[in-house]
Design a protein around this ligand. Sequence first.
Ligand SMILES: Nc1ncnc2c1ncn2[C@@H]1O[C@H](COP(=O)(O)OP(=O)(O)OP(=O)(O)O)[C@@H](O)[C@H]1O
Ligand SMILES: [Mg+2]
Length: 375
Amino acid sequence: MIEFRNVNKIIDGRTILNNLNFTINKGELIVFIGPSGCGKTTTLKMINKLITPTSGQILINGNKIETEDTIQLRRNMGYVIQQTGLFPHMTIKENIGLIPSIQKVPEDKINDKVVELLNLVGLNPDDYMNKYPSELSGGQQQRIGIARALVMNPEVILMDEPFSALDPITRNQLQDEIFNIQQTFKKTIIFVTHDMDEALKLADRICIMNKGSIVQFDTPAEILQNPANDFVREFVGKNRIWAQPELIKVKDIMIKNPVKSSPNRTIIQAIGIMHSNHVDSLLIVNESNHLIGFITLKQIRRNLDRSEKVSDIMERELITVNEEESIVQVLKKIKKEDIGYVPVVDDEFKLTGLITKSSLLTILSNQFLDVEADI
Ligand SMILES: Nc1ncnc2c1ncn2[C@@H]1O[C@H](COP(=O)(O)OP(=O)(O)OP(=O)(O)O)[C@@H](O)[C@H]1O
Ligand SMILES: [Mg+2]
């Protein structure tokens, strides 16, 4: 939905942005992060035409923004900044309703919208509608900033360090709210921050910038596990998986093609499959790939009549994990149930992967070795 093609910005002979290329999909929450002066704000302001590129192109829904009507374009983009930019002499209601009232939206409609938005950002409309910004705390003002950005129901929301001046608790609450708003309304959100914790908590994908260039643009899990270079590694912090294992999802680390078999195979065939794949157990799935059981070589050995089918002897009691769960939950299960591997299923209980104790250890120890090497 938003695409940068070879975008450069040069000011007074200095390269501020160097050949940016990326695509942001509809409904994604993208976080831009990087050291001060690396070009995050400049990049963001190009999206709503506050800054024009020196060369290259920016497209929104396939249209070049230079040919789009600027007012129209900005109306479809909420913009939230650190200094909320609320008008001090206007009430909260007037601040949120400013643009609709300029557009001559009927008064009662504006009123309804303001009530709805105040509820959405967790402020009681009766208490706050008629207050002035100076009567609100920083966190509450920022909530108004978010409500105002949502008032025209824009497709895109641009947020430039919106929470950086807030205390950690308020900040956490607002992060949760943005996350929920994005989940509920599927807005495309582009969020700038200095804070890696914030980025990891919010982002579908993170764009790490340095000195005007993109260093890595990837999912949080990929950035944690496969940092593109030393700069990213340094920036992310090396013991991040240990510090925040709940961020790593099962689907990011599972073995994607576990060895499996139909329940209708003979035991002889099952042994053949195990043998050729060098495994000592098989996951059993039906024709629509639903996980229905497993068998192990041990079970087969106990069962001497080799003419039987897999379905006759397979174990049907299964311990599984959902692919969206975190590795913390997997570790807990492995420990509690004392098992060496766990099949991974999706919401419909279809088999999508496998986690083994040793694959888990490899992931964790790679991180651990990185930390060790540092000491
Ligand atoms: N109008 C301007 N004239 C000259 N240089 C500028 C202008 N605007 C930005 N710059 C320079 O461009 C670079 C990128 O600035 P930008 O504000 O995009 O950085 P940033 O990543 O948002 O930094 P911060 O994290 O401090 O907000 C900086 O070196 C800045 O000094
Ligand atoms: Mg900035």
